[in-house]
Design a protein around this ligand. Structure first.
Ligand SMILES: Cc1cc2nc3c(=O)[nH]c(=O)nc-3n(C[C@H](O)[C@H](O)[C@H](O)COP(=O)(O)OP(=O)(O)OC[C@H]3O[C@@H](n4cnc5c(N)ncnc54)[C@H](O)[C@@H]3O)c2cc1C
Length: 389
């Protein structure tokens, strides 16, 4: 996938970032009929967060805004293999959110109202149902559990390969090891990008640069909310099947699932400053191990196989930043993604509609890039992340 041929002189659109966001937007634009699409990525294929995540696809949250958007994405995941013509290995195994504290249990009760309004298939499990769904859980610690049967997991190597192949089949030009070093405008409109000495003329640039979103916005000369943040995950050695659905331990900011080959993969957030490094460290591993042990005591025998880190871009309200940039005609943003793997299919479809047809879908409208300036944050209480500022 490393290509040394010269860059084209012109492109209809240049997408900066070849993670799931960039590839999904490229695929959808190509599928709608756009030609001369160029994707530029500074790193290697799957080198960003899209190749380092927990692979969980959660189809609903606690706010109507997040729920409408992610429910749409979850639906798209279910049909994604057919759409892309490649197996993304989506496994619709369900997703269970566990509350231990009473306040979190009450939040889940309120979430059910939101799900009812949004037509989401979800339920608060009875004690007996929870024992059936997650027999190995430390049930005495649980105060409520909300189950999403349509959600699940998809290994990122499969989904990223599928997007990459589907893009190539539609003529999208994808270049890794191609760092965008400047983004030019002329007369206050986007006019091109440079990769070192090579310039590509274009009137449309999409920033899908993950953790680098702020520096990319700076290159384009516009402000962008948010900051890069390190997230970590780890995998345990394979054990017999213990955990059926994907699980979020809300009060521990911890998530996990068991892969088909038996490894338990997941991570937890700890109260440390965010760091702009790919180093994995002991406090996160210890917090994750503690959460696993207390909530699934049978995992006590399993050893840690590997641990890794990835960088994401986090906005003030943790929500994605999607849409046209209000200060620069021709500049589009797909950033602020902490659940950007789950959101990839919907973001790609709805951003492509906006870019190609000028249609702003109601499901991305609340996540507008300028919402903080307008004092319109989107409050989402059901995520497993914490703020540091
Ligand atoms: C440990 C971990 C666990 C996670 N678990 C989940 C999960 O279970 N479910 C979920 O939905 N999400 C999860 N996420 C978040 C998810 O991985 C990200 O939100 C998603 O991958 C973001 O996709 P992206 O395409 O925006 O960014 P990335 O995949 O990071 O891609 C951005 C790309 O931009 C490129 N780039 C940057 N600067 C430049 C430049 N100047 N020129 C050209 N290219 C540039 C980079 O090389 C990179 O490849 C997790 C993340 C981590 C790190």
């Amino acid at each position: 996938m490393i290509q040394s041929k010269p860059l084209p002189k012109d492109a209809e659109v240049v997408i900066v970032g070849g993670g799931i966001q960039g590839l999904s937007i490229a695929f959808n634009l190509a599928d709608m009929g756009m030609r001369n699409i160029l994707v530029l990525d500074a790193g290697y294929w799957q080198g960003g967060a899209s190749g380092r995540n927990g692979t969980l696809v959660r189809g609903a949250f606690s706010s109507p805004e997040w729920t409408r958007f992610f429910a749409h994405s979850s639906k798209l995941w279910i049909g994604l293999s057919k759409r892309l013509g490649q197996n993304v290995m989506y496994s619709q195994r369900g997703y269970t959110q566990i509350a231990e504290q009473n306040s979190t249990a009450q939040m889940l009760q309120r979430t059910m109202e939101v799900h009812k309004d949004c037509g989401i298939n979800s339920s608060i499990l009875t004690d007996a149902e929870l024992r059936r769904v997650l027999p190995a859980l430390a049930h005495e610690r649980v105060s409520a559990a909300l189950h999403l049967p349509d959600s699940g997991c998809a290994p990122h190597h499969a989904a990223m390969y599928a997007y990459h192949k589907a893009c190539e089949e539609r003529g999208v030009d994808i270049r890794y090891r191609s760092e965008v070093t400047s983004i030019d405008n002329s007369g206050g409109k986007i006019s091109g990008v440079c990769v070192g000495e090579s310039r590509v003329n274009t009137q449309i640039v999409v920033l899908a640069g993950g953790a680098e979103s702020n520096s990319l916005a700076q290159l384009a000369g516009v402000p962008l909310d948010g900051y890069p943040m390190r997230l970590e995950a780890m995998a345990l050695e394979p054990t017999r099947p213990l955990i059926g659905p994907a699980v979020a331990l809300l009060d521990r900011l911890c998530y996990m699932h068991q892969t088909p080959r038996g490894e338990v993969v997941g991570g937890a957030e700890v109260a440390e400053r965010p760091q702009n490094t790919l180093n994995a460290d002991v406090p996160v591993m210890a917090a994750t191990a503690k959460a696993y042990l207390e909530m699934f005591p049978q995992l006590g025998e399993a050893r840690i196989l590997r641990q890794w880190a990835g960088l994401v871009h986090i906005s003030k309200d943790f929500g994605p930043l999607m849409g046209a940039h209000h200060q620069m005609p021709g500049l589009f943003i797909s950033a602020g993604w902490c659940y950007g793997y789950a959101g990839g299919p919907a973001a790609g479809e709805l951003m492509a509609k906006l870019i190609f047809k000028g249609e702003l879908d109601d499901r991305i409208k609340p996540f507008a890039v300028d919402r903080f300036e307008r004092n319109k944050p989107v409050v989402e209480p059901g995520i497993v992340l914490r703020h540091f500022d």
